[in-house]
Write a protein that binds this ligand. Sequence first.
Ligand code: AMP
Length: 171
Amino acid sequence: MDLKSFIRDIPDFPKTGILFRDISPLLGNPDAFSFAIDGLAKLCHTWQPQVVAGIESRGFIFGVALAGSLKLPFVPLRKPGKLPGETLKLAYDLEYGSDALEVQRDALAAGQRAIVVDDLIATGGTAKAAGELVRQTGAELVGYGFAIELADLGGRDRLVDAPVRSLLRYD
Ligand code: AMP
């Protein structure tokens, strides 16, 4: 199946100069979406993960489905202030300004083999922060999985702490 035909290109969104890769057509087609999740599962299962950590918010869509396919628990990595109880937080720089991700302190166990999942890797800044946060919990980061990779932005080169795999690559 040609999964790229289910990704819609939207120029100048959310701001001028950005070519937004819209996953809505993929989500709207159950056969294509389950084909994508099967593909991601094949890419990621060789790392023998024990838990899937998904990045808010489109990483939840792929992460939960992937966790279901691999029969693994899912852990949300959330924007600040959303998670109850004791949390760990990691701030990271964006092109303009900064952002942060949080995880519940008891969500991952020491030594647990974890993968970080998001819909798309661009510069890799978000995923790098997510990976660091996962490692701060004491879990073992065994890989990063993405549905889409914008390869010309070189994001995978920033993720030096674990292997990176993606389903669809745009050069
Ligand atoms: P980055 O930290 O630069 O790798 O950006 C990754 C995050 O931003 C992901 O959660 C994506 O959902 C979102 N993102 C960045 N660039 C795009 C794009 N061109 N199209 C769609 N989403 C994007």
